[in-house]
Ligand binder design. Structure first.
Ligand code: 26V
Length: 822
């Protein structure tokens, strides 16, 4: 197949990129950077040496991007995110800089298989799921569309846990992604900032007794040390920086204590400082009350803001022009403390008065909301806040006074509305509402899909939206086509290039040209062959890792995402049980084989999510072994779902499961990855599914179930799940089987409470949507039977998904929010 990546590249990169030169450089890197020669090099050493060679090329471009931004006084974007779910970087960076094929040849000449060493690179899994992966796609797109940007986050020593499945249960293990070092990053010891906690606030008064300013005197102080990773855009367009902070004791040896003989005490303090950046918090039960989490949020926020302010001052000499030169983006409320911190830096450190500081702060920040789930909206107990960040608490009170004054003088708000606008939640334990803080401190507040934005306006931020109309706007999520099409699916990329040429490599919306090939039998066959090969690859993986044999000609039906009740993996499993029952009771029907794949991690303390994983595994065990099924249905739970597994599974899917309870999935981005790789979606009208349907067309997607409005009506109007269940024989039977222990003979009661929950409340509308879902699955079967028709629909999905590129999303952010036009 033709070389997929033949970009036009800047001269200095091309000049020295023939395979022979690269091979020489790899050997040099092995010798002088790793300290080994060929005879003793391990595969990891080859990986490190190869990365160093490519990284050197990226650095030239990095320096010139940075210089240009400085000289042209371009506005910079700062993307603050507690999560960056990057995955592997090697293939991404090599391909973007146009060296993937030459490196392959160079390594081959040295007897090294690039695919083998690529597989050794650990996933940088510094995120839980969609929010973190979006941040990673955005970083790549900002470099691609030429937005000068820095990502800021935490360099967790332990990112997302590794999931093992033991006897069907999830077991968590720490993932040591830094075990072999990280060849991508640069440690910047010199770029370190102090971070304080606790203590008290002093007032400084002038000689005539006027209050001049406040000074916060923290008692605890630690250091944030920068680690930089270059992020290279498509065709090496631009190189931006991902700066991750690691925590350190200011005086790691605690010399005073050490010399005084308190060795243990000295060690304890330094361990405590380092613990701050050790673990990524799981998207767990409510994070509030977890002091370490609030410390992490403040830690990375203040380090980032100090860095930004220092850069701005050194270039422009004063601070009030910050909003003209910098756009700071808050990825969810995790960095929302930035609003108070920037106010503090303005007022306490730079002597700016409140009004001017407040105006500049609002013009600097923008905030993205990523969920409406009440339990996921961050708020912190006032006493905890006061103890850890006493000065910020004062500033938040001052901001609140200002906001409530605006609301009262507006005259259109009753007491209840004023209470909902307040930054402080009263009644019971007083808490600081981080969503409200982010909202009032930003000039832009965006949702991540059209539906989500609409619901945001109607629910959580209804009153704030009334007080500050036009602040809320929508920016529908996107995914980077480099990772999620070109790299993960070279087969599909290759046949698309043959069909429509190369333009789509630079502008994915040009994929539209593929639309007419849906009707071309020869192209459909090529498409089918690529899909088949991708499915064989997945089948090989599943057989090697899990010992489960699956038939690549079966329909591959895949649900991969975090395990959560609102995402309704349970609905899918119950449907599998119902289908199993049908296959057994109607062996005479002409069933076509189907494999249902599941993958995803449950938050460690989320009991029901973990039980759902066990159920998927229990159901798999029974169905896969039952000879009466004759291989017509298989269920596979693939352990340790992560970015790399996603890259294997997305291209191998025929059917993409996007079946959340309508109104609950803010956007979803997995839905986009599947469709771009030619899977048809079965889904509810939730999140970005609504817009995917508009783009791919009603005939090329399977939509079922209650709408968000209908869900709300049903919940309000006394939904009776028991009646619904009893009126559906298929559903009742499946639930009875699960509940009575058919799939858990070793512990027949295991799923009793899970199923009872459906009868009693069924908040997620599993029962209400079941019949529609099952019926839609049967219409999926019908279309699947007509293979050319299926493939035509799949091709139309690929052709029409270009709009969901994160390049488009980032251009919208840049022009409509950041005013940083590429
Ligand atoms: C956090 C928590 C924490 C408390 C317990 C329940 C819970 C549930 C979900 C979350 C995740 C919050 C943020 C998040 O990851 N949102 C995801 O953001 C994606 C990118 O915008 C979007 O595509 C997903 O729909 C959305 O769930």
């Amino acid at each position: 197949m033709a070389n997929v990546m033949t970009p036009k590249l800047p001269r200095q990169i091309l000049a020295t990129s023939d395979p022979e030169t690269l091979a020489t450089e790899i050997l040099r890197a092995l010798k002088y950077r790793v300290g080994k020669d060929m005879t003793v090099a391990t595969p990891y050493d080859w990986l490190t040496a190869s990365i160093k060679v490519v990284r050197d090329r990226i650095i030239d471009q990095w320096i010139s991007s940075t210089k240009e931004t400085y000289e042209q006084r371009e506005k910079r974007v700062y993307y603050l995110s507690l999560e960056f779910l990057i995955g592997r970087l090697m293939r991404d960076a090599f391909a973007n800089i146009g060296l993937l094929d030459d490196m392959r040849v160079a390594l081959k000449s040295l007897g090294v298989d690039i695919d083998v060493i690529a597989g050794l690179e650990p996933d940088a899994a510094l995120g839980n799921g969609g929010l973190g992966r979006l941040a990673a796609c955005f970083m790549e797109s900002m470099a691609t569309v030429n937005v000068p940007a820095h990502g800021y986050g935490i360099r967790y020593a332990n990112g997302m846990f590794r999931q093992e499945i033991s006897d069907g249960w999830q077991v968590e293990f720490p993932e040591d992604w830094l075990d072999h070092g990280n060849p991508w990053e640069f440690e910047r010891r010199e770029r370190s900032f102090e971070v304080g906690f606790g203590g008290h606030v002093e007032s400084v008064t002038s000689k005539d007794g006027r209050l001049e300013r406040h000074v916060w005197k923290p008692v605890e102080r630690i250091l944030a040390v920068a680690y930089d990773t270059p992020v290279v855009g498509w065709r090496g367009a631009r190189v931006n920086t991902l700066r991750l902070w690691s925590s350190m004791a200011i005086d790691p040896l605690q010399l005073d204590a050490f010399n005084a003989g308190d060795h243990i005490g000295a060690l304890r303090d330094s361990n405590k400082a380092e613990a701050l950046s050790r673990v990524l918090y799981p998207a767990d039960a409510n994070p509030a009350g977890q002091e370490l989490r609030l410390r992490q949020e403040y830690f990375f926020t203040t380090a980032s803001l100090q860095d930004i302010v220092q850069r701005h001052l050194s270039q422009f000499g004063e601070l009030l022009s910050l909003p003209d030169q910098a756009a700071i983006h808050l990825n969810d409320t995790h960095p929302a403390i930035a609003v108070a911190e920037l106010m503090r830096l303005f007022m306490d450190v730079h002597g700016v008065d409140f009004d001017k500081a407040w105006d500049a702060t609002k013009r600097t920040f923008a905030y993205t909301n990523h969920t409406l789930l009440p339990e996921a909206l961050e708020s912190w107990p006032v006493p905890l806040f006061e103890r850890l960040l006493p000065r910020h608490m004062q500033i938040i009170y001052a901001i609140n006074a200002q906001v409530l004054l605006e609301a009262r003088s507006n005259g259109h708000f009753n007491d209840e509305q004023i209470r909902s606008i307040s930054l402080i939640q009263e009644g019971g334990e007083r808490r600081v509402r981080m969503g409200n803080l982010a909202f009032v401190g930003s000039h832009s507040v965006n949702g991540v899909s059209a539906l989500h934005t609409e619901l945001m306006e109607q629910t959580v931020f209804a009153d704030l939206n009334k007080l500050y109309p036009n602040r809320i706007n929508n920016k529908t999520n996107g995914i980077t086509p480099r990772r999620w099409l070109f790299q993960c699916n070279p087969g599909l990329t290759g046949i698309v290039r043959e069909a429509i040429g190369d333009k789509f490599l630079d502008d994915v919306e040009k994929l539209k040209g593929l639309d007419k090939f849906a009707g071309d039998a020869a192209f459909r066959e090529k498409f089918a062959a690529v899909k088949r090969a991708n499915k064989e690859r997945l089948a090989g993986f599943v057989s090697g890792r899990l010992g489960v044999k699956v038939d690549p000609s079966a329909l591959f039906d895949i649900q991969i995402k975090r395990i959560h009740e609102y995402k309704r993996q349970l609905l899918n499993i119950i449907e599998a049980v119902a289908l199993y029952d049908q296959i057994r009771s109607h062996p005479e029907r002409d069933w076509l084989p189907r494999v249902k794949f599941f993958g995803g991690k449950a938050a460690p303390s989320y009991h029901n999510a973990k039980l759902i994983i066990k159920l998927a595994n229990d159901v798999a065990k029974v169905i896969n072994r039952d000879p009466a099924v004759r291989g017509l249905l298989k269920v596979v739970f693939v352990p340790n779902y992560n970015v790399s597994l996603a890259e294997l599974m997305m291209p191998a899917a025929d059917l993409s499961e996007q079946i959340s309870t309508a109104g609950m999935e803010a956007s979803g981005t997995g839905n986009m990855k599947f469709a771009l790789n030619g899977a048809l979606t079965i889904g509810t009208l939730d999140g970005a599914n609504v817009e995917i349907k508009e783009h791919v067309g009603d005939d090329n997607i399977f939509i079922f179930g209650l709408t968000a409005d209908q869900v709300e009506e049903r919940r309000a109007g006394g939904y009776d799940p028991r009646a619904v269940i009893e009126s559906s024989p298929e559903l009742s039977q499946a639930l009875a089987a699960i509940s009575s222990g058919v799939f858990s003979p070793d512990d027949p009661q295991r799923y009793r409470s899970l199923i009872d929950g459906l009868y009693q409340s069924d908040w997620f509308m599993v029962a209400a949507d079941f019949d529609a879902y099952a019926a839609t699955q049967r219409s999926v079967d019908k279309v699947w039977r007509d293979s050319p028709d299926w493939h035509a629909r799949a091709i139309r999905n690929v052709a029409r998904m270009g709009w969901f590129s994160s390049d488009r999303t980032i251009r919208q952010y840049a022009t409509e929010i950041w005013n940083a036009i590429p």
